[in-house]
Ligand binder design. Structure first.
Ligand code: ADP
Ligand code: MG
Length: 240
């Protein structure tokens, strides 16, 4: 069963004459939390947007489960994405924000309520369901944004620097929550960050990107102990 598996083969992306992703091969097993890490501008967001189908590759193929993302309708790709700026609808309650996508998809009210209640429980948002976003802290808002994804039960969760707008203390707390969520849901997650600590603490496997290419792929401890080159060593490897 290929559910939750993500496969990239020879993926390339150019914007005009600028090559941003220069041939990426990657296999993500179902249930893995894979972190894309690398310096600003190396192509992390572009690679994530390619996986999501928001961008089309200029070469190679991207499969989620047994579906080619470039060939299926967005609603059938089985992905949900959490962004850095988690724009919530200010006039809607937490519950309405979380259920909005399902409402648009035409799900019956009682089913939406059930799914929202379950996601709220996982994210410890149950007491806040009737609040408006302005009455929430930054961390709570980000949890609502994650809740919007959970209710859709995606095969693959995509996170693009979801914590970079939060202060350091809250970032640490949310990191723990995301790890807990991953353990609880057992879903495939791809998480983009430029923060080494986030990568080292969250990842099942880390993909180190540099200028549109993969420098190394491995478990955090492998990269730390055996960095493939100076770039990886400088970024996450041991300082030895
Ligand atoms: P990261 O997320 O690692 O910071 P990005 O994937 O956002 O990097 O960007 C990688 C490179 O691709 C950057 O040089 C950026 O300017 C360029 N880029 C990204 N999107 C576009 C676009 N739509 N048009 C032209 N260039 C782009
Ligand atoms: Mg980015």
């Amino acid at each position: 069963m290929a559910k939750g598996r993500v496969q990239l083969h020879g993926v390339m992306k150019s914007f005009g004459a600028v090559d941003v992703i220069k041939g990426v091969d990657l296999e993500i097993a179902p249930g893995e939390l894979t972190v894309f890490v690398g310096p600003s501008g190396c192509g992390k967001s572009t690679l994530l947007r390619l996986v999501s189908g928001l961008e089309l590759p200029t070469g190679g193929s991207i499969m989620i489960g047994d579906r080619d993302v470039t060939l299926v309708h967005p609603s059938e790709r089985g992905i949900a994405m959490v962004f850095q700026s988690y724009a919530l609808y200010p006039h809607m309650s937490v519950a309405e924000n979380m259920g909005f996508g399902l409402k648009i998809a035409g799900l019956p009210k009682n089913l939406i309520k059930e799914k929202v209640a379950r996601a709220a429980e996982i994210l410890q948002l149950t007491p806040l369901l009737d609040r408006k976003p302005r009455a929430l802290s930054g961390g709570q808002r980000q949890r609502v944004a994650i809740g919007r994804c959970i209710v859709r039960e995606p095969e693959v969760f995509l996170f693009d620097e979801p914590l970079s707008n939060l202060d350091a203390a809250l970032r640490g707390q949310m990191r723990v929550e995301i790890a807990r969520l991953h353990a609880k849901l057992g879903a495939t997650m791809i998480y983009v960050t430029h923060d080494q600590v986030e990568a080292m603490t969250l990842a099942t496997r880390i993909v180190v990107l540099n200028a549109g290419r993969v420098e190394q792929i491995g478990a955090p401890i492998e990269l730390y102990r055996h960095p493939a080159n100076l770039f990886v060593a400088g970024f996450i490897g041991s300082p030895r």
